[in-house]
Design a protein around this ligand. Structure first.
Ligand code: HNI
Length: 147
């Protein structure tokens, strides 16, 4: 089981409580779709993804980015049980959506970059270390039901 120090818990709570979900969520998903274009294949029903501009202004992508980011709230609220928290979401991504689990890490990295760009020097190395630890646990939990 993953152990969290009091400081790590405070860092995660503080990052998420100051987060603008409607800004950061879309930006992270958009960045993922542009930087790793093969991730676009799962969003064929979302409309125009023809180029970077189309992706950036696609309202379905924006809405989904916010939704995915809110999906992380569950982990924030259940830091001691992230694995079980994502069991159902893992089954969905595996059995229904057939999302390659390698892509979870790519989206997680895009999210870290977007948050770093927003927070600037406020995103200290300690904060980054904790945030990436948190996302690594989420990524692992989302990939759990694939085996
Ligand atoms: Ni993901 C649906 C959360 C990574 C493709 N995804 C969801 C939903 C949540 C969610 C929440 C809505 C579920 C429901 O309908 O009940 N996704 C997350 C989280 C991560 C993640 C927390 C990682 C941090 N998803 C990814 C990645 C891809 C992805 C990396 C593809 C590259 N997800 C999807 C698709 C759907 C989806 C596709 C269904 C969209 C739709 O509405 O048709």
């Amino acid at each position: 089981m993953v152990e969290w120090t009091e400081q790590e818990r405070n860092i995660i709570t503080s990052i998420f409580s100051n987060l603008d979900y409607d800004d950061v969520g879309p930006k992270a998903l958009i960045r993922c779709l542009i930087v790793y274009p093969w991730t676009q294949r799962y969003f064929a029903s979302f409309g125009n993804l023809y180029n970077a501009d189309a992706i950036k202004t696609n309202p379905n992508i924006q809405a989904h980015g916010t939704r995915v980011l809110h999906g992380l709230d569950r982990a924030v609220k259940n830091m001691d049980n992230i694995k079980a928290t994502y069991a159902e979401l893992s089954v969905l991504h595996s059995e229904k959506l057939h999302v390659d689990p390698d892509n979870f890490k790519l989206l997680a990295d895009c999210l870290t970059i977007v948050i770093a760009a927003k927070m600037g020097s406020g995103f200290t190395p300690e904060m980054q270390a904790t945030f990436q630890k948190f996302l690594a646990v989420v990524v692992s939990a989302l990939g759990r039901q694939y085996h």
